[in-house]
Design a protein around this ligand. Structure first.
Ligand SMILES: [Zn+2]
Ligand SMILES: [Zn+2]
Length: 359
């Protein structure tokens, strides 16, 4: 099968013919229909995610089950599935407490040999998925069956961008009706977050991004105001829009410490800061401790939008089908597997909200 293989840091992505490994008793084989191109793929290429090499890149994916291991329960050949970034084992400490996004089995499904190169080298798959390939051989606990007629490229986005973004508003922060929200960073995840805040009933949604195109798209997704950080300090502009107070919820969707600080300063006294962006491994958060205490602000990390995938993916599919969440509006570019290098360039250049590879 054709797959996009990362051989190591700084090396170009190769589209190669590799031979899939046979599935184990708890594995399934999935025919990939669509895979989203996400900033985390670029983070992987840069070494931020500590991926083993060689590995099949790609992690935002929808497809159809074509083979099921002997011990797999609850999945059948022909099922439509969305790939989850974390397993849902239903047995660990976290899964039993409604925090399956922190599942203890997360590392056991990664680093497994899933294919061989022509010269016989073992190939793993990014986050246990490896979506930039015609097929995925994967742990069945990473697959979530969905009952949906939606196009595969829309379902694929649920697997990462939509859950991470909209989940942060709906499930991590539990944005309240009538509240005020700032979203710093308006790529695919930020735009999903804006839609999540809109669905939650936020009264003011302030989209912060230096790219005019992304600010413009954010207004279509439910933002009520936009801020260009190039026009002055973000927090001052956000406060100007909120009677000088700042917002109830300030979401950081970039992964840089400057934007975490911007989010902190944009939150009102008693407000909440939610970090969604992926920081570099050595980053530290440095904030004024006295103000943190006096202003009673809280900071919370949002991993995968706190999404409980077993039920949450279907929630998003239903919101899209009902016209309440606009997934098609997030897709600005379509690619073939051979166009991936260009897809990454265009994503980094800020020209893309979401690009999708279809097979
Ligand atoms: Zn992603
Ligand atoms: Zn678990």
């Amino acid at each position: 099968m054709q797959a996009a293989i990362m051989h190591g840091l700084g090396l170009p992505l190769d589209i190669e013919d590799v031979t899939p490994e046979p599935p184990g008793a708890n594995d399934i084989v999935v025919s990939v229909e669509a895979a989203g191109v996400c900033h985390s793929d670029i983070s992987g290429l840069r070494g931020y995610l500590g991926l083993e090499n060689p590995t099949i890149l790609g992690h935002e994916v929808a497809g159809v089950v074509t083979e099921v291991g002997a011990d797999v329960r609850g999945l059948r050949v022909g099922d439509r599935i969305i790939g989850s970034l974390v397993p849902h084992c239903k047995q660990c400490f976290w899964c039993l407490r409604g925090q399956s996004h922190l599942c203890a089995e997360t590392w056991s499904v990664r680093g497994v040999t899933r294919a061989r190169t022509a010269s016989g080298d073992a190939v793993t798959s990014m986050l246990g998925l490896g979506a930039f390939a015609e097929q995925m051989v994967m742990d069945s606990r990473l697959a979530v069956k969905v009952d949906s007629d939606l196009p595969a490229e829309q379902l694929a986005l649920i697997g990462c961008g939509i859950s991470t973004g909209a989940g942060a508003a709906l499930w991590t922060a539990k944005v309240q009706p009538g509240s005020t929200v700032a979203v710093i960073g308006c790529g695919g995840v930020g735009q999903s977050l804006i839609q999540g805040a809109r669905i939650a009933g936020a009264a003011r949604i302030i989209a912060v991004d230096p790219t005019p195109f992304k600010r413009e798209v954010s207004l279509r997704n439910g933002a009520t105001d936009t801020v260009d950080p190039g026009q002055g300090p973000t927090a001052e502009q956000v406060k100007d829009l909120t009677s000088g107070r700042g917002v109830d919820y300030a979401f950081e969707v970039v992964g840089r410490m400057q934007t975490v600080t911007d989010a902190y300063e944009s939150a009102r006294r008693g407000g909440e800061v939610i970090t969604v962006g992926i920081p570099s491994p050595d980053a530290r958060i440095d904030l004024p401790a006295t103000d943190f205490f006096r202003a009673e602000k809280s900071i919370v990390g949002s991993y995968y939008g706190s999404t409980q995938v077993a039920s949450g993916f279907q929630v998003f599919a239903d919101l899209i089908a009902a016209g309440r969440f606009d997934a098609e509006g997030l897709i600005t570019h379509r690619y073939g597997l051979g166009d991936l290098a260009r897809a990454f360039d265009e994503l980094e250049a800020g020209e893309v909200i979401r690009g999708v590879v279809t097979f």
